[in-house]
Design a protein. Structure first.
Length: 141
């Protein structure tokens, strides 16, 4: 997701540079001339860059929506599908189940292989919605 935002920011900056060098003063108004194809291409690149840059904030948080609905999903495959749609990837198999990795490749949570209880479901969804790891978290007293 960070790569998309970075690429979007680069596209926005490039398009602004192209537009700023192609400004032509006409009478009392200073503006871009649409007769030049480079301006049209720069505007298209600007729109694509903005979509990529702002796309992360426009995505829905599916895990939070599932938590707020109140229904408990006990099928691990459905929870895994939600995690994939949110941009998380599946890691290796551990003794508890399958790891879900964040965008940096660090373990975020584990989805058990079999049916899931309500408390485990809420913990997994909370972890997916906030992005905070609950994988083998120990309390140090």
């Amino acid at each position: 997701m960070m790569k998309k935002r970075f690429f979007g920011l680069i596209l926005v900056l490039v398009s602004i540079l192209i537009l700023s060098f192609n400004l032509t003063p006409t009478a009392a108004v200073i503006g871009a001339s649409f007769s030049n194809y480079l301006d049209i291409i720069a505007l298209i690149v600007l729109v694509i860059g903005l979509v990529l840059f702002l796309g992360d904030s426009l995505e829905r948080n599916l895990a939070l929506e599932a938590l707020k609905s109140g229904a408990v999903i006990t099928d691990p495959r459905k929870i895994e599908k939600i995690a994939r749609k949110m941009g998380y990837s599946q890691g290796r198999e551990v003794k508890e189940g399958y790891q879900i990795l964040d965008e940096r490749g660090k373990p975020l949570t584990v989805i058990p292989r079999h049916n899931i209880s309500g408390g485990v479901y809420r913990n997994i969804m909370k972890s997916l919605s906030t992005g905070e790891s609950t994988f083998r978290r120990y309390s140090h007293a």
